[in-house]
Design a binder for this molecule. Structure first.
Ligand code: NAI
Ligand code: MG
Length: 363
């Protein structure tokens, strides 16, 4: 098989970690795992510097045509005062919107070798492997009306609207159940049906999708605030958690902090399945940002970016075996004691971005 991969390295440490992933893709190609056609383009501040926009129409067209997009990170103090419409983040938001990326997958995996570095007790997180599925294009971040109005008495009133349709809940539920089927087949659906109408609909639709299409899976409904508490109290009780845009934003950040460093966390954003080809538009990116404080120093941890390629192998290219081997290589390299600065203990030796990337390829 041959796959077209668009690399959008972006700003700050984005290009630095991207170098490592590009090396790995070329290695996979040479090793005969699959054929990859690599294209590269600018996004964020680097696109603004070159073209005056955060992403060009040409780059958007390439993203539409690609089998998968690998995105680094955008932003940094250099672009803090550029006009709002062309700020670096606008490029990422445009990609998410135009590619229709409604499902955000954020795994929280605690590698045994890093259980010490977690902010929680070792036995709570060692071997942790959960997947948060966050609805990404609906809910309170996008619902209309969304405004601040000045009332007659001079007070202001701010409005955000939480809004979900049957279709939006169905499609995110299916993504969650599909994923769970390839894992431990357990789904927890988090909402607040005790106080929100959207929670009532969410609960009803997820229950029906479960009953009609995925009856073999174990489904649990949990109130979102309780879910946050459970994630800290006993995170290993979960396999897949499916939730809306706002709760997903918060719950995935809670889950992230169970695992150690921001430099370790990959993510995937998937669009609807094309009925003709069975393919989904997809963008893979590390959870971290452009880390201006360490950019240019060769200190960045490339594992979040490399793990994002692993998710692309699994979810876009059907190369689950290769993805498993990549995960194992990362675990082994960590197990052998290799650490970038962010995951090395204070005073302990640390390797550079490229040393970590090379070690993973070698393994
Ligand atoms: P950040 O994720 O860039 O950095 C937070 C802290 O984590 C920093 O101390 C950084 O050095 C460290 N860190 C992050 N990734 C690391 C890695 N791979 N290896 C080692 N250490 C790592 O978040 P921050 O500082 O809030 O934002 C910096 C810039 O990035 C801002 O302009 C922000 O808007 C942008 N940003 C972009 C995102 C994206 O492109 N998706 C996401 C988050 C922030
Ligand atoms: Mg967040």
């Amino acid at each position: 098989a041959s796959f077209n991969l668009l690399l959008l390295p972006g700003d700050g440490i984005g290009p630095e970690v991207n170098v490592e992933v590009e090396k790995l893709v070329r290695w996979l190609d040479q090793a005969g795992v699959a054929k990859f056609e690599i294209e590269k383009d600018l996004v964020g501040g680097s696109a603004y510097d070159a073209h005056g926009v955060s992403i060009t129409e040409e780059a958007m067209a390439r993203a539409q045509a690609a089998d998968a997009v690998l995105f680094g990170a955008v932003g940094g103090p250099k672009w803090d005062s550029v006009p709002y419409e062309v700020r670096p983040e606008a490029g990422l938001l445009r990609l998410r919107k135009d590619l229709g990326l409604f499902a955000n997958l954020r795994p929280a995996i605690c590698y045994p070798a890093l259980a010490e570095a977690s902010s929680l007790k070792r036995e709570l997180v060692e071997g942790l492997d959960i997947m948060i599925v966050r609805e990404l294009t609906g809910g309170v971040y996008f619902g209309e009306p969304k405004e601040i109005v000045t009332l007659e008495n001079g007070e202001k009133r701010a409005v955000d609207t939480q809004l979900y349709t049957t279709h939006e809940v169905e499609r995110i539920a299916r993504v969650a159940f599909d994923l769970a089927a390839k894992r431990n087949n357990r789904v927890a659906s988090a909402e607040k049906r005790n106080v929100m109408r959207t929670g009532v609909l969410w609960h009803e639709v997820v229950s029906r999708v479960h009953r009609e299409e995925f009856a073999g899976a174990a489904l649990e409904h949990v109130l979102a605030d309780n879910c946050a508490m459970q994630l800290v109290r006993n995170p290993k009780q979960y396999d897949v958690i499916v939730t809306d845009n706002l709760f997903g934003d918060i719950l995935s950040d809670v889950a992230a902090m169970l695992t150690g460093s921001l430099g370790m966390l990959p993510s995937a954003s998937l669009g609807a399945e094309d009925p003709a080809t069975g393919k989904r538009k997809a963008l893979y990116e590390p959870v971290h940002g452009s880390a201006p404080d360490i950019a240019g120093k060769g200190m960045a941890n490339p594992i979040a970016m490399i793990g994002s390629l692993g998710m692309a192998l699994r979810y876009s290219f059907g190369l689950g075996d290769a993805a498993d081997k990549l995960d194992l290589a990362i675990a082994n390299v960590l197990g052998a004691g290799l650490r970038t600065r962010d995951i090395a203990g204070p005073g302990a030796n640390a390797v550079s971005t490229s040393e970590m990337g090379d070690a993973i390829i070698a393994e």
